[in-house]
Design a protein. Structure first.
Length: 306
């Protein structure tokens, strides 16, 4: 173990390092980029609320993170700084709702040294005999919040793609750090999947509980783990009631959502002329009216929470 640690200086093994069983699935959920609807952030919060886990390894923040983008948080009491809280990036040994163990890599996506970070994770992967890697991110798409949240899936687990993915992509897009990990695992023929949550574009700047709920369900399908969803379901119910009430008097917003519903239903029926993705850069509504109403809605929620 010591030889491996010497070759991976980007992280420090923690207390649970020596007690991790071999052959666990790894879930990787990194925030900081392309997290429409705060999907990944909410999912990590739900997992850690259910089980804080045991620290297995902590990554070096000074080497991997740009503090100007991921600023530490201070807590001031009176005239002094009582707490300096660093951004987090670590690996934890977790258990699902029935006690099944798994590994969770979570925190901020690295800003620097992606190749070194990927090498470090691959060394952990080999050391612990990880059976599969499932990671996720969320992208904004022209889909309505009134319909089920859908996924796209990449990776080499064909059974997941056929079961969960609504869309086969043929695009170029900016990469996430975990895309490099997925690429290397695919080359090594190790099981890996990226669950891409398709979040309603007009809600993507706020927290959308429905997207986190869908991701928790999909992670369970991908890993065989069982995750508690009751708290997220309740937040989703509350969100829908409040949001729908906020747009009830906005006829233009309702019309735009109706257009999205029609095109979504057409896509599900596999009618290309109503494909919401095909028209995303053309005839689709921009969603500006919906976004403006949402901004008012979210601001009112934030004011209530103060």
């Amino acid at each position: 173990m010591s030889a491996m640690i010497d070759r991976a200086p980007l992280f420090t093994p923690e207390e649970a390092w020596s007690s991790v069983p071999r052959g666990l699935p790894l879930i990787a959920l990194l925030t900081g980029y392309r997290d429409a609807g705060a999907t990944v952030a909410q999912t990590v919060e739900a997992l850690i609320e259910a089980d804080p886990g045991e620290p297995v390894a902590t990554f070096d923040h000074d080497l991997l993170l740009d503090y100007r983008a991921r600023r530490p948080v201070i807590r001031v009491e009176g005239y002094g700084i009582a707490e300096y809280r660093r951004p987090r990036l670590d690996l934890r040994l977790m258990r699902d709702s029935v006690g099944q163990p798994f590994l969770l890599l979570s925190g901020f996506e690295p800003d620097f040294r992606w190749e070194g970070f990927t090498e470090a994770v691959l060394r952990m992967h080999a050391h612990f005999g990880v059976t599969s890697v499932t990671w996720a991110h969320a992208v904004p798409m022209p889909v309505p919040h009134t319909r089920p949240i859908r996924l796209a899936v990449t990776g080499n687990r064909d059974e997941l793609s056929s079961q969960l993915s609504v869309w086969r992509a043929n695009v170029e897009a900016p990469a996430h750090a975990l895309h490099l990990l997925e690429h290397e695992l695919t080359r090594a023929d190790e099981p890996v999947a990226d669950l891409v949550v398709l979040s309603p574009h007009y809600l993507s700047d706020g927290a959308v509980p429905a997207t986190a709920l869908r991701l928790l369900e999909a992670l369970g399908t991908a890993t065989g783990l069982l995750f508690a969803t009751e708290a997220v379901r309740e937040r989703d119910r509350e969100f829908r009631v409040e949001f729908d009430a906020s747009v009830a008097e906005q006829e233009e917003v309702q019309r735009l959502i109706g257009v999205l519903e029609t095109q979504y239903d057409g896509f599900v029926r596999d009618t290309p002329q109503e494909n919401p993705f095909a028209d995303a850069d053309g005839e689709m509504p921009s969603g500006d009216d919906i976004a403006a109403e949402l901004a008012r809605f979210l601001k009112s929620r934030a004011d209530e929470d103060k």
